[in-house]
Design a protein around this ligand. Structure first.
Ligand code: NAD
Ligand code: MN
Length: 457
């Protein structure tokens, strides 16, 4: 395990292979027999206890995350806070996972039960390691499932640390199995295991498609959180100061390694220059550098590959004729630091406008009317999120309605909340995480229909 901050060696870990996956799946399968019949209130107590322990260890976990992932401590603290809130929210759902009764006339009783699926395979990425851990195990455990989870090989440490807390919380052995390993050697064996009944994957759209293919063999239930290239839209009647802050949060929070990053910034032509100027000014005040330094907003990119990809895209952008508003270079010569970069005067068919870059690089095209905007904004294989900035809420709702996106933020951005569902339209994914909707991904409905006889007395 290496640190993206200075490329130093942090520690060595065992890489799980297919044999280890077998052990983990068998452990989960065995644990499922008793976990699924545990009283819901008891499962809730375990999850509350785990949330309390993460809460007590929040600073340690945030530091591990910054060390392994490279994100600023500011970002890591945000993540751990959402982790604690979300696991508590899941704990509260344990004893509310009810079915319904259905009226088909007096001669029948119909009711449904929401039952767990069994062993869930969960494969997560390196951009939000501990947050993705929580989004995956929370709803799975709350509804009575057991999990085998593979963290990304670039960022395995925070999930492993939290495993210690899982034990301390007394969660029975086998309910949560975390096995670090590669996608090919370990992830693949999870996807192909016949005892795994459900797969939840977060990562690239490309691998997401492969996940569906591999899961098809044993018809596993699949949820996917994939890539995005989300439009962040600025109308001329916006509050400029607030909007600029939301543009920054949209593309530079977490170094732009955010699936829902507002990476296509559409600015109304009447205020194009004015908004870019204010944006540039605000970016110049951002502190980028060592994640542990006070006041640092943007840390290092997480992997050497991703770092190179981001620099390559900046080059592609320049070569295709986009202009550089600010940034465009790496910072220093050690660690994976990239200047916050905005490219403007972009045409819709440029690769920097179409492709997910997954770094601190925004492309800024302009629009002239709502029809023009909708045409451009929806012209993407992705549909994860969108942002709208205007003081005219009537206009905001009209535009929100026409956008193809799973999350629409109005006068805010990247504004995740544990009670609000998150997930993608189009090739950005299948299913929703967080909110009530997340529990649908981890339950199956049993419908019981009882024929009633007319009593003889
Ligand atoms: P990836 O999709 O390759 O990896 C995500 C997870 O899947 C990791 O745990 C990885 O080990 C695992 N994996 C990879 N191949 C697998 C396979 N064949 N079978 C089973 N599991 C497999 O993502 P990446 O290579 O880390 O990043 C590449 C690009 O993906 C990034 O540049 C970015 O565009 C995108 N990405 C998106 C998100 C997101 O939140 N949606 C997160 C990370 C990366
Ligand atoms: Mn790392």
């Amino acid at each position: 395990v290496t640190s993206p901050i200075d490329e130093s060696h942090l520690c060595d870990l065992q890489m799980a292979n297919a044999d280890d996956v077998e052990v983990a799946v068998q452990a989960a399968y065995k644990a499922f027999k008793s976990w699924k019949v545990e009283l819901p209130s008891v499962r809730a107590r375990y999850l509350y206890k785990l949330a309390d322990l993460i809460d007590q260890h929040r600073e340690t976990i945030a530091k591990i995350e910054s060390l392994d992932n490279g994100k600023s401590l500011f970002c890591s603290r945000f993540d751990v806070n959402l982790v604690v809130n979300y696991i508590r929210s899941c704990a509260g759902f344990c004893d509310k996972c009810d079915g319904r009764t259905i009226n088909t006339g007096a001669n029948y009783l119909n009711f449904t039960k929401r039952e767990p699926l069994g062993v869930c395979g969960q494969i997560i990425p390196w951009n939000f390691p501990i947050m993705m851990f929580a989004w995956k195990i929370g709803p799975a455990l709350a509804t009575g499932n057991c999990v085998v989870l593979k963290p990304a090989s670039a960022t395995p440490l925070s999930a492993l640390y939290v495993c210690k807390l899982v034990q301390e919380a007394g969660i029975p052995a086998g309910v949560i199995n975390v096995i670090p390993g590669s996608g090919r050697g370990c992830g693949n064996a999870i996807l192909k295991h016949p005892l795994v009944k459900k797969v939840a994957f977060t990562g690239s759209t490309e691998i997401g498609k492969q996940v569906m293919i591999d899961a098809a063999d044993s018809v596993k239930k699949v949820t996917l959180e994939l890539g995005g290239k989300s439009p962040n839209i600025v109308f001329d009647d916006c509050n400029l100061e607030r909007t600029v802050q939301n543009l920054i949060t949209g593309i530079f929070f977490n170094g732009g390694e955010v699936c829902c990053a507002g990476s296509r910034i559409y600015i109304q032509d009447t205020v194009y220059d004015k908004v870019l100027e204010a944006f540039k000014e605000a970016i110049s005040k951002l502190k980028i550098g060592n994640p542990f330094e006070e006041g640092v907003f943007q840390g290092a990119q997480t992997t050497p590959d991703q770092f190179q990809t981001v620099l390559d895209y900046i080059k592609i952008g320049k070569e295709s004729g986009a202009k550089v508003l600010t940034g465009g270079e790496r910072i220093g010569d050690k660690g994976y630091f990239v200047q916050p970069t905005v490219l403007y005067d972009c045409s819709p068919d440029m690769r920097i406008v179409e492709d997910q870059i997954f770094g601190p690089v925004a492309a800024g095209p302009m629009f002239s009317s709502i029809d023009d905007l909708i045409e451009k904004a929806n012209n993407s294989i992705y549909g994860l999120a969108a942002g709208i900035h205007t003081e005219d809420l009537n206009k905001a709702f009209i535009v929100a309605d026409r956008l193809e996106a799973g999350s629409v933020w109005i006068n805010t951005y990247n504004d995740l909340h544990e009670n609000v569902p998150f997930g993608g339209y189009k090739e950005s994914g299948i299913g929703r995480e967080m909110g009530q909707e997340a529990f649908d991904n981890y339950t199956q409905v049993k419908a019981v229909r009882v024929k009633l006889n007319t009593p003889s007395i």
